[in-house]
Write a protein that binds this ligand. Structure first.
Ligand code: NAG
Length: 293
């Protein structure tokens, strides 16, 4: 069963065992209670967030930590992870990596690109970057004034989200309206980032989404990002750019890590100015291989 939400879809028959998903969820919630909850409460108290009177635009009501799996794992360096949690996350990441690669080939098929085109486009010199953001959205007394996570599109490639099976909060913008992406046990929500919009020349679009904090219930969200390698050169697939088209090219060509540097400061703004800024950089740098001898 596959549910399409515009360009975002929910996968139920993803091949990842329910047993593994259940243990990832259980261990993530235990880890939050043991290692993260106190720290989050201290942050809220220090910033006076529970008593704000007007909209907060520069902070999110979330508790997070990050793991990197590719090109090299840093899981062994993450403090406070119990062995069984580390082991479950490692297995989970391996399954998601396979799923992301299958999805890239599914996109190739849909776009009539040769099999492997997108995987190669992401490769760079060291292979793709793959990482996980583990988040919890604790109960929030002022959800109208502080977002769980402010609206943004993701910068990268394929995003695979395993979210809480009970507590909702994720919304995406569809035809100008915010639409809930409700919890569904054992499903993986797939979203596409800005890089796939560029490479597919806009045939697939990155989707604006946000998290509304809830007044009760703690929402778990484990988002894994299958992204290009840092030195991968990103540009629209020539086969998807109409040859006879007179209109100016919408999407730029750039090195992925340069996009990420720009994104770091502009994540919560519209993507179009990011694409424009990359075009300006493109026109001043030569990205073609340097021919020597
Ligand atoms: C592991 O990698 C992630 C993603 O690059 C990074 O955010 C995190 O700080 C790293 N953790 C450690 C302990 O090195």
């Amino acid at each position: 069963m596959v549910f399409f939400f515009f360009f975002l879809l929910k996968l139920v028959n993803h091949g990842i065992s329910h047993e593994l998903l259940d243990s990832v969820e259980k261990l993530t919630k235990e880890h939050y209670r043991k290692c993260m909850e106190e720290r989050f409460k201290e942050m809220v108290a220090a910033k006076g967030l529970a008593a704000v009177q007007s909209e907060v635009g520069d902070i999110d009501w979330e508790s997070t930590f990050y793991l990197r799996h590719l090109p090299t794992s840093n899981m062994s360096e993450i403090p406070d992870l119990e062995d069984d949690y580390r082991k479950a996350m490692k297995e989970f990441a391996g399954e998601l990596e396979k799923l992301a690669e299958q999805l890239l080939d599914l996109l190739c098929e849909n776009l009539r690109l040769e099999k492997g085109y997108l995987k190669n486009a992401f490769y760079g010199s060291k292979g793709p970057t793959f990482g996980t953001k583990v988040s919890n959205y604790p109960p929030c007394p002022k959800p109208d004034l502080i977002k769980g996570l402010r609206a943004h599109t993701d910068a990268g490639g394929v995003i695979l989200l395993f979210q809480d099976d009970k507590v909702s909060g994720l919304q995406l913008l569809k035809d100008g309206q915010w639409v809930d992406v409700p919890p569904m046990k054992h499903s993986i929500v797939i979203n596409l980032g800005d890089q796939l919009e560029v490479i597919t020349n806009g045939k697939y679009k990155s989707v604006l989404h946000r998290v509304i904090a809830q007044t009760d219930g703690n929402r778990m969200s484990i988002a894994s990002f299958y992204n290009p390698g840092s030195d991968a050169v990103i540009y629209p697939a020539p086969a998807l750019v109409a040859k006879e088209s007179e209109e100016s090219q919408v999407y730029p060509k750039f090195v992925f890590e340069d996009y990420m540097k720009l994104y770091a400061g502009l994540k919560f703004q519209a993507k179009e100015p990011r694409f424009e800024a990359m075009k300006t950089i493109e026109s001043t740098v030569n990205l073609d291989p340097i021919v020597t001898g």
